[in-house]
Structures are given as structure tokens and as C-alpha cells.
Ligand binder design. Structure first.
Ligand SMILES: C[S@@+](CC[C@H](N)C(=O)[O-])C[C@H]1O[C@@H](n2cnc3c(N)ncnc32)[C@H](O)[C@@H]1O
Length: 216
């Protein structure tokens, strides 16, 4: 499994990407994503881990009565911004330097895992989902908003064609992943809805939003 350092050397463009991330996202956030995040994380309960927490877009949206909030982010330039956001929000949470493929928490120790726009970027999606299943208690939930492979064959073909340049531009993001199928293959039962992410390129506009429970 990759270590967090292996996920990102401090490539210059990835650091720039972290620096401009909030500004790039802001229009889409205003046009619906922020409300989707709010509705999603309102269902977090108990001991909660957010993977790939980035700059902390969800930090101030969590319910106040969680037992614990842990924010994992493996890329230092993102994590620095996350820590600043956390301080300014006054939210009680701890940050950890960890990938989703190697979560440094015991088996069955969490009630909720949150993933927003992260399963597109992890290097090993199956390994990440197996790790999420491992750390969730039986009946624990994965709450997700992910952009995915399009249902439209024409758009999906463009996602396949452009996935390499897109990956370089978007700090490792794969635009053509069928993440919902992988969630099911990892042994989760998922309820989901589809939506369109506004104000982003069509390659990453198809969204799935939902809750998946480990079957074991
Ligand atoms: C598109 S950003 C999403 C950030 C945030 N979750 C959000 O909703 O705005 C993807 C994030 O996943 C992180 N990431 C990259 N590889 C990862 C991995 N293997 N495991 C966990 N997170 C990873 C990146 O550093 C980045 O912060």
C-alpha cells in the first residue's frame, strides 16, 4: 500500500492545485454542492472519520454531537489548509496524515466514514474501500458524494480519452471511475441518488450521493 508520502511527492502543480482549490470550487459550491455536503454530513453519527478531507470543505457542517471527528488528509499542502480551517472554525476534531488505503485505526472502531470527491483520487480504490469496510463497525455507514463515470456512452468515451490529462491537471483525479459498482463489489449495500455537479467540466459533472452500509 502507498504511504502518504508516496501518494504525492510535493509536485509543484499539486501544491498550486491545493492553493487554488477553494477558489476553483467556489462557484459549484454556491450552485448546490455546499447544500449537498450539508445534507450528507448531517447524517454522520458517533465516531466519524472523513477521508481525503482536503481544505476542510465539510468541517463546519458536521453535527455538534459527534463522539469524535477525525479528519484524514495525506497531502501536506492540503492538510495545512485543513488545519487552518479547523482552527478558525473552532470545531473540535483531530487531523491525521493518512491515506484511505492505510487507515491507522482499529477494526470496527467507527460509526461513520465520509468521502466527498475522494474515491476518484485514491490510487487503489478497492484497497481504500476494503479499508473503509474494515474500520467501520457492523452496520456502520459510508456517506459519499463522488463524481463518476457517465451513463452516457458518449460522455464516458470522452472521460476515457481525457482521463490522463485530467489526472495531471486535477492532482490525481480519475474522471472515468464506476465508483458505485466498486462500492457494491466491496460488500456495501448502497442507497444513492444521481445529480449533476454545476459549474464544472462535463467530465466530472455526473455525481452519485448516498449512504452505504457494510454487509457483514
Ligand atoms: C478533490 S480533493 C477533495 C477534497 C475534499 N474531500 C472535498 O470534498 O473538497 C481529493 C482529496 O483526496 C486526497 N487524496 C489523494 N490521495 C488520497 C488517498 N490515497 N487517500 C486519501 N485521500 C487522498 C487529496 O490530497 C485531496 O485532498
Amino acid at each position: 500500500m502507498p504511504t502518504s508520502e508516496a501518494v504525492h511527492g510535493e509536485h509543484r502543480w499539486d501544491s498550486v492545485f491545493a492553493a487554488i482549490y477553494d477558489r476553483m470550487m467556489s462557484r459549484g459550491e454556491r450552485l448546490g454542492m455546499r447544500e449537498r455536503r450539508r445534507a450528507l454530513v448531517a447524517d454522520a453519527t458517533g465516531r466519524t472519520l472523513e477521508i481525503g478531507a482536503g481544505t476542510g470543505a465539510n468541517v463546519d457542517l458536521y453535527p455538534d454531537d459527534l463522539d469524535e471527528l477525525i479528519l484524514a488528509e495525506p497531502f501536506a499542502p492540503m492538510r495545512r489548509r485543513l488545519e487552518r480551517k479547523l482552527q478558525s472554525s473552532g470545531r473540535a476534531a483531530r487531523t491525521i496524515d493518512a491515506t484511505a488505503e492505510a487507515i491507522p485505526l482499529p477494526e470496527s472502531s467507527l460509526d461513520t466514514v465520509v468521502s466527498t470527491l475522494v474515491l476518484c483520487t485514491v490510487d487503489f480504490q478497492r484497497a481504500a474501500l476494503a479499508e473503509i469496510a474494515r474500520v467501520l463497525r457492523p452496520g456502520g455507514q459510508l456517506l459519499f458524494i463522488e463524481h463518476v463515470r457517465s451513463h452516457s456512452p458518449r460522455v464516458a468515451r470522452w472521460q476515457d480519452r481525457l482521463q490522463t490529462p485530467w489526472r495531471h491537471f486535477a492532482a490525481g483525479c480519475r474522471c472515468n471511475r464506476d465508483t458505485l459498482a466498486e462500492i457494491a463489489a466491496a460488500g456495501f449495500s448502497a442507497q444513492h441518488e444521481r445529480a449533476v455537479w454545476q459549474a464544472v467540466p462535463p467530465l466530472v459533472a455526473p455525481l452519485v450521493i448516498g449512504r452505504a452500509v457494510v454487509d457483514r
